[in-house]
Design a protein around this ligand. Structure first.
Ligand code: ADP
Ligand code: MG
Length: 357
């Protein structure tokens, strides 16, 4: 097992800056996720780690080995990196059985005989596919093929596992199951893992730490809880967990307390743990499930009257869209609201304030 250190990594494709001075580390045994929208540079980062693409500049170390150093002209070829990589479009060799698929990977690395046989058995057991060793890929379900593809990556015991959207071609229900299974497998093997996804649910559920990327740069690094509870900018607040974004004007009183005035004239108290945003135009961010529905209209801190625009029943929760002035705000609640308007409360410690851009 090993740790990874990426320093000042950049990748330019002509005028396109796919990666712009990205630095991060992955601890030994850690599950780290690169999360961000399509085109933000996740796959470029993973290809650089794997040695499938040569970055423009920067340094990549795994353990104490330098795999890439732009300035020194070092570039270790993919086949000498001992990393396991699995893409979204993994393809098993269709004319080989499950066991032969794994064996072929070992053959390429000159692992033969009893050693190869034992590893194949062990790895198929690890992914719960030992009963399918003699099947052909065409005789397996999508989820089973996925497991075999992962087994094929794990069978040669890579130092680092690199996974690029490995679950995105499974249907929703299978994806949930595969996600839980993958998380358990990673904990059991303890293999250092770098996982790429645009799916925040996957990232929050699986990761020890998440790196949120935006336009080739790192927007925020933190544990799932840190990223979700304290996003450092509007992009992260909106991308992870989809916040309501509300324009307001921030004032800081002489006693240091912060208030935000909405376009309706309503004044909201703010008590967040985020770094203090300077007074002036701001974007407030609040998550739909943090807003409290207060049946009785009334006064009190951060209570606003809201008109209900639409209701949808999501099974365990209800999603309401309400209107506060001109602003549409999403609210998630377990209550069944039947009235045309409600009083909502925006808890002072659940509102983030970010400089308006
Ligand atoms: N081979 C390439 N040639 C030109 N542009 C590329 C190439 N690979 C990636 N890019 C560009 O780099 C950016 C990042 O791409 P990528 O890392 O694949 O994003 P992600 O995996 O986050 O969706 C995108 O703008 C993409 O179009
Ligand atoms: Mg990609």
């Amino acid at each position: 097992m090993a740790s990874v250190a990426v320093s000042n990594l950049s990748r330019h494709f002509g005028p396109v800056v796919a990666l712009d001075d990205v630095s991060f580390t992955v601890g030994d045994g850690e599950f780290l996720t690169l999360l961000g929208p399509s085109g933000c540079g996740k796959s470029t980062t993973l290809s650089a780690l794997a040695g499938l693409d040569r970055p423009t500049s920067g340094v990549i170390r795994i353990g104490d080995r330098v795999l890439f150093d732009g300035a020194a002209g070092v570039f270790v070829d993919a086949q000498f990196r001992n990393l396991g990589m699995m893409f979204q479009s993994y393809a098993l060799w269709p004319h080989m059985t499950v066991a032969e698929n794994l064996d072929f990977t070992l053959e390429l690395r000159r692992i033969r005989g009893l050693e190869a046989k034992q590893r194949i058995e062990e790895t198929l057991t690890l992914v719960d596919m030992e009963a399918y060793a003699a099947r052909y890929p065409g005789e397996l379900s999508g989820g089973q093929q996925q497991r075999v593809a992962l087994a094929r990556t794990l069978v040669y015991r890579p130092e680092i596992l690199l996974l690029d959207e490995p679950l995105s071609n499974l249907d929703a229900k299978l994806r949930d199951r595969a996600r839980i299974w993958l998380g358990e497998l990673q904990k059991r093997t303890g293999v250092t893992t770098v996982y790429v996804t645009h799916d925040q649910t996957e990232a929050l559920a699986l990761s020890d730490r998440i790196i949120v990327m935006n336009q080739g740069r790192i927007a925020q690094v933190g544990t799932p809880k840190e990223i979700y509870d304290a996003p450092t900018d509007v992009f992260v607040a909106d991308f992870v967990g989809a916040s309501n974004l509300i324009k307001a004007d921030l004032t800081i009183a002489t006693d240091g307390t912060a208030q935000a005035r909405l376009p309706t004239g309503d004044l909201l108290q703010l008590r967040t743990s985020l770094p203090r945003t300077p007074a002036g135009p701001v974007m407030l961010a609040i998550r739909p499930e943090k807003i409290v529905i207060d049946g009785s209209s009334g006064t009190g801190e951060n209570r606003l009257n809201a008109e209900i625009v639409s209701r949808s029943y999501l099974g365990a929760r209800n999603l309401l869209v309400v209107r506060i002035g001109d602003q549409r705000v999403r609210v998630e609640t377990s209550e069944h609201i039947q009235t045309p308007s409600v009083s909502v409360r925006l808890p002072a410690d659940a509102i983030g304030a970010y400089p308006a851009t």
